[in-house]
Design a protein around this ligand. Structure first.
Ligand code: ATP
Ligand code: RIB
Length: 294
């Protein structure tokens, strides 16, 4: 089994469904409010565990009711939570509006995630002992950089989802093996709205880039080669929340199993296409058997 460490966020997602998201200054009536376990780190951990990896989650939840539910959701998925600390104060929350096209907009309040500013010996050992490390940007940058450095020093392959978009320090990029932005993040990082141009630019910073393009699939680019488009399966999306995280978590498992890149990307795309057809984040992630038969 591939050993994956996830250093990242755990949020309770407060999801409202609306026909159309409100614009600035506008009020609309929503249909329902649901609380669903999420957070980019936890989502990637659940996706990887359901796809067949041995996963350890490093991060923090609050000492509130959400924290207990978030932890038990991860444990239920078979994820090791020994390094998911419980801190005083609220858990992270994500305030999500999903419209009738399945598109979402999200405001994240970090809560306990914001307390993860540095790693202790246990966290460092867990990262050093993994085959792959999954990072996102919902924890303080100091911890993300430290995690990437430990992984790099030990030859642990590191995948970074640069979300929420923000400038990336070179000390982080120097330790990243695979960068997986969506097209908006790729544009924010490079200034190029054309994904091919963005991918070429990003290859100056990291060895391999996968830009996810929603229903259009993903663009894969490795140094020394031209970007290649891998289309997504055609499906009807009801909620795309967690699609990117499903893609990354599943891709990590396939790469850990040393599958060829085209096969790994097709498998991750199948998993993400299953995710968008169901509501919620961690609740919508498929199991290995479902991905294999999709
Ligand atoms: P999100 O923030 O909604 O979780 P994201 O913005 O990080 O997602 P996207 O590029 O929207 O990332 O989607 C990630 C992957 O999910 C895509 O590369 C694709 O494989 C799959 N995907 C997303 N939307 C669809 C869709 N409508 N139909 C099929 N596959 C989809
Ligand atoms: O990527 C989706 C996730 O982003 C949601 O689950 C939400 O918690 C936000 O962090």
């Amino acid at each position: 089994m591939t050993g994956i460490a996830v250093l990242g966020s755990t949020n309770m997602d407060l999801v409202v469904r609306v026909a159309r998201a409100p614009g600035p200054g506008e009020t609309v009536t929503g249909r329902e409010l649901r609380t669903v376990p999420g957070g980019k780190g936890a989502n990637q951990a659940v996706a990887a565990a359901r796809a067949g990896a041995d996963v350890i989650m490093i991060g923090a939840v609050g000492d509130d009711e959400y924290g207990a539910r978030l932890r038990s959701n991860l444990e239920h998925a078979g994820i090791d939570t020994d390094l998911l600390h419980t801190t005083e104060g609220p858990s992270g929350t994500a305030h999500i509006v999903v419209d009738d096209t399945g598109a979402n907009s999200i405001v994240v309040i970090p809560g306990a995630n914001g307390t993860v500013t540095a790693l202790g010996p246990g966290e460092m050992a867990a990262i050093a002992g993994a085959e792959l490390l999954l990072l996102q940007l919902e924890l303080p940058m100091s911890a993300v950089i430290e995690g990437a450095r430990v992984a790099h020093a030990q030859g642990v392959r590191t995948l970074l989802t640069p979300s929420p978009a923000q400038p990336l320090p070179s000390e982080l990029l120097d330790c990243v093996d695979l960068l997986i932005p969506n097209e908006h993040e790729a544009a924010a990082l490079t200034g190029f709205t054309d994904p091919h141009a963005a991918a070429r630019h990003l290859l100056g910073l990291v060895p391999v880039v996968v830009i996810t393009l929603g229903s259009r699939g993903c663009l894969y680019a490795a140094r020394g080669g031209e970007p290649v488009l891998f289309p997504a399966p055609e499906v009807t999306a009801v909620d795309t929340t967690g699609a990117g995280d499903t893609f990354v978590g599943t891709l990590a498992v396939a790469l850990g199993e040393r599958r060829p890149v085209p096969e790994a990307l097709a498998w991750a795309s199948s998993a993400a296409a299953l995710c968008v057809q169901r509501p919620g984040a961690s609740t919508s992630m498929p199991y290995r058997g479902e991905i294999d038969t999709a």
